[in-house]
Design a binder for this molecule. Structure first.
Ligand SMILES: [Zn+2]
Ligand SMILES: [Zn+2]
Length: 130
């Protein structure tokens, strides 16, 4: 069981098994949603996932997209989209133990901030990886 939580602890989640993928996202929407220069995501099957604690709120940043957040402290909690059927995308920094995260690629690398320097040899996709 892998677990994560928001800043205040009201919203938490857990999943069983292994994530389907793990990556960095440099897109402009994630930057503004997380107020962070880069976001680190874990892709998890919805069937392996559940919210624990309070039910998060969500903002529909575009049609069919839900960006979940804690209604108490405002921490971003998850991304879910109609075009990613059966998946939920969790923020690696919300993990109870974020050191266990092992990213394997970058997406939307064309939008990477010029002042952000990440020294890795991972594949860097200019847009999404589909
Ligand atoms: Zn919270
Ligand atoms: Zn993004």
């Amino acid at each position: 069981m892998t677990k994560g939580h928001c800043l205040c602890g009201a919203v938490s989640w857990e999943y069983t098994g292994e994530p389907t993928w793990a990556c960095y996202c440099h897109c402009d929407s994630c930057k503004h949603n997380c107020a962070a220069p880069v976001t680190a995501f874990i892709g998890v099957e919805l069937s392996d996932f559940q919210w624990t604690g309070k039910t998060p709120k969500f903002f529909a940043s575009s049609t069919g997209v839900k960006r979940y957040f804690c209604g108490t402290c405002g921490s971003p909690m998850a991304f879910e989209a109609q075009h990613y059927v059966g998946e939920i995308h969790l923020y690696a920094a919300s993990l109870n133990d974020p050191t266990q995260f092992r990213p394997t690629f970058h997406v939307h690398h064309s939008e990477k901030l010029p002042w952000l320097h990440l020294n890795d040899d991972l594949p860097k996709y200019p847009h999404s990886f589909e």
